[in-house]
Design a binder for this molecule. Structure first.
Ligand code: HEM
Length: 240
């Protein structure tokens, strides 16, 4: 009996822990003065208070803690992109940045986003429902596979090239865009073969929230730069 209870408690405790994290980090929509970025995950983390809700003065250690607590992603991933974000800092302190600092085109922000317009059209920052609807039209099943994510991304890039006469992506921006698809497949599916839940991904992009309300919990499988790059390579390998 005692053993059975111990086994039950070992099974349940990660789940109880995950629910406690969700409870301590409720979703609150940003106010008109809160800063937000073109990144749906930085915005979601701020909307849940894993990052400062006002979106200002974010440090590397803030990112590392938030990546771990919110999405079980290792410090190497936070450091890789966080160090680039810091180069756009306008806070007056080179070791912090405001979320809207990363709007700056060409630092991380690039053309061909899944849910944002290109800088050429003016607003490269805000969620754009019509662009996103074009992307999610490819999500016809409840599970978003590697192949589905690759097809949706390729279609968005191809359409954008016909609409924006100055559409341009450097090799490294092209790679970042692959990693961004790898990121959402990892967090809302798994780091090895993606298979993200469509409803989680839609809530994430459309509402900029971690979809606890739909049953999502912090992934039990951790991710890091190697898993993200390996999954991105699988997306790149799909023939589209
Ligand atoms: C320090 C951490 C991070 C920084 C500074 C950052 C920054 C950015 C920026 C500037 C963009 C806009 C790129 C574009 O033009 O489309 C972006 C896009 C994106 N980010 Fe992040 N990001 C971070 C972490 C994450 C994480 C952990 C995820 C996990 C899901 C994520 C998911 C995405 C996705 C899916 C997009 C593509 C949005 C779209 O194409 O519409 N990011 N990120």
């Amino acid at each position: 009996m005692k053993l059975a209870l111990l086994a039950l408690s070992a099974t349940l405790s990660p789940l109880v822990g995950a629910h406690a994290v969700a409870h301590a980090h409720p979703y609150v929509a940003p106010t008109s003065t809160d800063r937000r970025s073109p990144c749906p995950m930085l915005n979601s983390m701020a909307n849940h208070g894993f990052l400062a809700r006002n979106g200002v003065n974010i440090s590397m250690s803030d990112l590392i803690s938030a990546f771990d607590a919110a999405i079980n992603m290792a410090a190497d991933a936070a450091e890789l992109v966080g160090s680039v974000a810091l180069t756009a800092s306008t806070t007056g302190n080179a070791s912090t940045f405001n979320l809207d600092d990363v709007d700056k085109h060409g630092i991380i922000e690039h053309d061909g986003s899944l849910s944002r317009a290109d800088i050429y059209f003016g607003d490269n920052h805000s969620f754009n429902a019509s662009i996103w609807n074009g992307t999610k039209a490819y999500f016809t099943e409840e599970v978003i596979t590697i192949s589905t994510a690759a097809t949706a991304r390729a279609a968005r890039l191809a359409l954008d090239a016909t609409q924006n006469p100055s559409m341009n992506m450097t090799t490294s921006q092209f790679t970042s865009s692959l990693i961004e698809s790898s990121l959402y497949l990892t967090v809302f599916g798994n780091p090895v073969d993606g298979n993200a839940s469509r409803s989680y991904v839609e809530a994430f992009f459309e509402e900029e929230r971690l979809p606890y309300h739909l049953g999502w919990v912090r992934p039990t499988d951790g991710s890091n730069v190697t898993t993200l790059e390996t999954l991105a390579a699988k997306i790149a390998a799909v023939s589209v």
